[in-house]
Design a protein around this ligand. Structure first.
Ligand SMILES: C[S@@+](CC[C@H](N)C(=O)[O-])C[C@H]1O[C@@H](n2cnc3c(N)ncnc32)[C@H](O)[C@@H]1O
Length: 257
């Protein structure tokens, strides 16, 4: 178990900055100050965060309708509505390495047997897979949708994100999926790009934005579903969805090996 005694409220935390962009209340002054610096550089960040949430929801809805019954959502964050377990009646495991996000997820799903919450770190996939909240809740002989939505840009190249994804891929059965949304600075002028990265350098998780080609490479071993890797707002949008995208998104399927 992780207690809120582990919370460091002196350093801006990326989960709580994201919560602030989405209009939430699970953030401290230090998070709001850092988030406001980002808003001064990129004022459309709240719209981009909402677009990211809608991508997640459309992807999960699509997979649920296609018959996927198990979801491993790594980097769950703090959102209070439109969460994965509300898009499916299948099994869901929420995973985050932030104790506030874990506590929030546990309070949201209290009493729901089909949902489990693990405090684990994507950078240690062995421990993540062995965590009882994961290992005892999901059946890895059946397809699992692994969600890495707006988390991989907090994993630097030195942590080898491709290897981490491959470890999880190799633990899942054919018919499993990988859902990724990922921040890019493609097309962003150098000065605001550097200023934004400087803000996150002082946070709990510095940014590792990637190019479209680098993000596509993370789907190694998966076959991308239509429309491929696209701006988040362009992935099977519903009428009325916002179109402010700060990243790319895609859904891959693991074919038989
Ligand atoms: C921007 S939020 C995304 C929340 C949600 N997936 C969404 O897209 O709406 C990123 C989340 O990833 C979590 N995170 C960052 N690095 C992580 C890591 N190495 N392992 C587990 N969680 C991590 C943060 O704590 C935060 O809750």
């Amino acid at each position: 178990m992780t207690g809120l005694g582990d919370v460091d409220s002196s350093v801006p935390n990326v989960a709580r900055m994201y919560d602030y962009y989405l209009g939430g209340y699970h953030n401290f002054a230090v998070d709001r100050e850092a988030a406001e610096k980002i808003l001064a550089i990129f004022p459309d960040t709240p719209a981009a965060a909402r677009t990211n949430r809608r991508f997640l929801q459309r992807a999960v809805r699509h997979l649920a309708q296609a018959g996927v019954r198990q979801f491993l959502d790594i980097g769950t964050g703090l959102p209070t509505q439109g969460n994965v377990h509300e898009m499916t009646d299948g099994k869901v495991v929420y995973v985050d390495n932030d104790p506030v996000a874990v506590a929030q997820a546990r309070s949201l799903v209290d009493g729901l047997d089909r949902v489990s919450v693990a405090c684990a770190d994507l950078r240690d996939p062995e421990a993540l897979l062995a965590d009882p909240h994961v290992a005892e809740h999901l059946d890895f002989t059946e397809p699992v949708a692994v969600l890495m939505v707006s988390i991989l840009h907090f994993v630097p190249d030195e942590a080898h994100p491709g290897d981490l994804i491959a470890r999880l891929r190799d633990a899942t059965a054919p018919g499993s999926h990988l859902v990724v949304s990922h921040l890019t600075l493609d097309g962003v002028p150098a000065a605001p790009a550097a200023a934004g990265q400087q803000v996150y350098r002082q946070s709990s998780a510095p940014l590792a934005p990637r190019t479209k080609a680098a993000i596509a490479a993370l789907f190694d071993g998966y076959e991308l579903l239509e429309p491929g890797l696209v701006w988040l707002g362009d992935w099977r949008p519903d009428d009325g969805d916002e179109q402010v995208s700060h990243g790319y998104g895609g859904v891959g399927v693991l074919r038989g090996r």
